[in-house]
Design a protein around this ligand. Structure first.
Ligand code: BG6
Length: 574
């Protein structure tokens, strides 16, 4: 790339002056100066480089400092989105609100169509009304803009059909044919929000109806988005993978883990690999241990029958917690391509030391909540929840100590825990650094001298904190931990798109980075299955219960205490 440094510096100094003085950088000025300066525009005062075209889009200081990675992203092409299981909760609570927001933010293609496919008999109008009522309740922006909804919902259709009935798929095909525009008939996103037992059948029937072609065609595309749970153990996940890939290429299958759609989870890669200072500390030489907590205040509520089949290990650890762990601990990918990132995640998951059944009681704690109190309100025990067996042995809390047997993390414990009916809803990763050598301040203060930590607060109050020690001002020599905190809200405002918005958009544009590949899902099941084998069919012992509103059983504390560690509970941030 050719650069003319003096011109470039002049451009940037001028840009910075305009911005800092409160005057926006005028596009025409910027353009002329950049063209005159050669092919590259340097923002020299922060030592960042931008290609010429990008320079011309910078209007504010933030933009001057912003490095855009998505200029090469493919535009979303006109298409139809077909939601199977459309009368379920997910459609009304998550999918339609997400699509509506993408629409008002002009991120959906033009034209687009949405078809809800479900068994229940209902008219299009009735379905739209139902969705509108739900949107008013679940929309992240309120009030819902009635005019926008009118325009959006004119693209929303309903197809009554039975998943196992060939004629229903013909009906769907006819409905698509009526849309006229070829892209609306041939670019198709099939969203499986059905019960997992129906995934394979729907995909097979779509294929037989010639709506889903198994190819990676450049001209037209069909993709299948699959909701969790993806299987209930390794054999069932393998079976499902092989059933789906008979009718759709792996590249056409988008397996959802909604945690990957969260901004803060995506930011883990940026935080690690766009900052030299942190990455250098990221390994056994500096890190003492890592804690990952995903706590929920809610109990199982009305999801008793689902939860009886899953429990915390399959519901949360197999997917969300292991995904976060993979992002926190993986090696740098060779590129930002989906496959490179997914390759590294799989490598990491494969490095998790497998637990022999005899080691499970030593490394894993399971527990179930009993009646208790949260925020002053009485809470039912799990066994008293609707649709839960009164002698259920399903775990609602799990804590574990894992090791990642690779060069970087050898010997560093990773503590994971998740549970329902805990005192606080919060997800965070705490990277606890090694203590200083036992001289100087450490020798004087002993264990009172706090070791440094970085906390990635995934939700709520999203942010990143660095904890270190500082002198308390005054004539006496006193130290205490202080915190440097980056808050998304303060820095970027309260823009918190729902995970499903991002995931739907990525699926529409065909980028699989935020979705799980078959080997990723299978490797994660391997980790979880080993634990379940260790548990066997043994009922919960007396020690394996915790009152709602507490941070789990004492055994979870003992798990860390034996290595001289202690859980750091997420703190409410007000
Ligand atoms: C889902 C689980 O996948 O994730 C739920 O099935 C859990 O049991 C939920 O409550 C947690 O998601 P979030 O985004 O609220 O942390």
């Amino acid at each position: 790339m050719k650069t003319v440094t003096s011109d470039v510096e002049r451009v940037n100094r001028r840009n910075a002056e305009l911005v800092l003085s409160g005057t926006l950088c005028k596009r025409s000025q910027c353009h002329t100066l950049c063209v005159g300066s050669g092919l590259v525009c340097f923002v020299s005062f922060v030592e960042m480089r931008y290609p010429l075209g990008h320079c011309c889009r910078m209007d504010t200081l933030e933009e001057l400092l912003t490095c855009r990675l998505d200029f090469g992203a493919k535009a979303v092409e006109p298409c139809s989105i077909i939601i199977f299981g459309a009368s379920g909760d997910l459609t009304a609570r998550k999918l339609i609100p997400a699509l509506y927001h993408l629409f008002i933010e002009k991120q959906l293609p033009d034209p687009f169509r949405i078809i809800g496919f479900a068994r229940r008999e209902k008219s299009e109008i009735a379905w739209r009304e139902e969705l509108y009522a739900a949107l008013q309740q679940f929309s992240r922006t309120k009030p819902v803009d009635a005019a926008q909804w009118q325009t959006f919902s004119a693209n929303v259709f309903y197809c009554q059909g039975d998943f196992s009935d060939t004629a229903s798929y013909q009906k769907l095909e006819q409905q698509l044919a009526q849309f006229g525009h070829e892209s609306l008939r041939r670019n198709l996103l099939f969203y499986l929000a059905t019960s997992p037992s129906q995934f394979a059948e729907v995909v097979e029937r779509l294929h037989k109806a010639e709506l889903l072609h198994r190819h990676d065609d450049k001209a037209w595309w069909q993709r299948v988005v699959v909701e969790k749970p993806f299987g209930h153990d390794l054999p069932s996940a393998r079976k499902l993978n092989s059933e789906l890939t008979r009718f759709a290429h792996e590249k056409q299958i988008f397996r959802i883990d909604h945690y990957l759609g969260k901004e803060t989870v995506q930011n883990i890669l940026m935080f690690r690999f766009s900052n030299a200072i942190f990455e250098q500390l990221w390994g056994r030489q500096s890190v003492d241990h890592i804690q990952l907590t995903v706590s929920e205040k809610l109990g199982v509520g009305s999801r008793g029958s689902y939860y009886e089949e899953t429990g915390a290990l399959r519901d949360m650890v197999q997917n969300h917690l292991l995904q976060v762990l993979a992002l926190v601990a993986m090696e740098p990918p060779v590129s930002l391509e989906a496959e490179s990132i997914r390759d590294e995640k799989v490598k990491l998951l494969k490095s998790i030391r497998s637990l022999h059944p005899a080691q499970v009681p030593i490394h894993v704690v399971r527990s179930q909540y009993t009646a208790g109190e949260i925020d002053g309100n009485p809470r039912l025990g799990y066994r008293q929840e609707p649709k839960v067996s009164p002698d259920s042995n399903v775990e609602t809390f799990v804590a574990m100590k894992l090791f990642v047997d690779n060069w970087r993390w050898s010997g560093v414990p990773f503590y994971l825990r998740t549970g329902k009916s805990l005192p606080l809803s919060a997800s965070e990763v705490r990277v606890q650094f090694r203590p200083t050598p036992n001289v100087l301040f450490a020798a004087q203060c002993g264990p009172k001298l706090d070791a440094n930590a970085i906390t990635l607060r995934l939700q709520p109050n999203e942010g990143i904190s660095l904890r270190f020690n500082g002198k308390i001002p005054g004539a006496t020599m006193r130290l205490r931990p202080v915190r440097m905190h980056f808050s998304y809200n303060t820095e970027f405002g309260a823009y918190t798109p729902e995970a499903y918005e991002r995931l739907l958009l990525e699926a529409l544009s065909g980028d699989a980075t935020l979705f799980l590949r078959s080997d990723e899902v299978e490797t994660a099941w391997g980790v979880v299955d080993a634990i379940r084998t260790g548990w066997g069919s043994a009922p919960l012992s007396e020690r394996e219960f915790y009152p709602a509103g507490t941070w789990g059983p004492a055994a979870a504390d003992d798990l860390l205490a034996e290595s001289g560690h202690a859980w750091r509970n997420p703190q409410p941030i007000t």
